[in-house]
Write a protein that binds this ligand. Sequence first.
Ligand code: PMV
Length: 366
Amino acid sequence: MTVNPSTDFYRNPEMQFRGEIPSGRIGWRSPSNIALVKYWGKKPVQLPQNPSMSITLKNAYTETVAEYMPADERGMDVVFYFHGERNEQFEKKTKNFFESMQATFPFIGQLRFVIRSKNTFPHSAGIASSASGMSALALILCDLERKYFDTFPNEEEFFRKASYIARLGSGSASRSVYGGVSVWGETEGLPGTSDLYAFPVREDIHPDFLNYRDTILLVDKGQKKVSSRAGHELMNGHPFARQRFDQARKNLEILLNALKQGDLETFIRIIELEALTLHAMMMTSDPYYLLMKPGTLNIIERIFDFRENENIPVSFTLDAGPNVHLLYPVTYRDKVMPFIENELRTFLTDAGYIDDEVGRGPEKII
Ligand code: PMV
């Protein structure tokens, strides 16, 4: 059988329990991340058309505990509780994901799982939970492997594999297994980067960016009408696809330099360009669609004005939705919080905002 590196890189038919099948519990807390250079467009299997770069968040995370025990005669099974309630949608998704992982972790087939998961951010807030949720599951699977098969020579290998597995669940999840700044996708001039897993950019980031703030302004809590999966697909045959993928590559290089130099002006220019380009791709897809809301545009205009009038380096990025991530150096917090309360609050839902910052990555909790 031919091995496809995008799915079978870690295939290991040996990894099965030979004697007694164990029971136990493993839990991980894994954060969400926000892309500064966007991944939009993919090729099989779950490989990016261009490299992306993100910051990992601190307060927006998923906590997942998996209880495992020997499977019965029906084979591998998953029961999934989300915030204490059985959730069939997540159950199905996780079961499918685990099934697809059986060439990599054959021992999964010998187990059944009861999974309890919760997010710190409101479910209806339109914050992508797939990055934190999928990375937590990937870490749990790798941790099971580490516990019973002792296959990882070091931590680095452990997290690299977790990133690879998370990527197969949701592309952006590959970046959540690392704190600080991560790059997913092969990048010229950045050795260690790969399309298969994310890479933590640890050296050389200017200290101003290591505790950067991200206040996530919740403009709309509705479910988005077009999924990311459909959005990625619309990049196939998109008239601007080629230029977009090239632009992202260049933007990543420029942004990486700005992060090293502490060049705020360039940082702001590139992340806002990336945010608006992501949405421009949606607006110029066929069929076209629009995820920004009037509140999104009102907030962006006020950010531009505030930056210019007060000379404070606030900036924004957007995910695939109407909410606005307001990014700024922590030293300006005293000025930015009143700006949010006095000028932006009026465009927000009751959920308001999530006050977040750059975080250090996932943590094992059990
Ligand atoms: O990981 P996915 O397939 O949900 O795609 C995420 C795409 C964006 O969030 C819009 C950008 C990114 O790089 O995270």
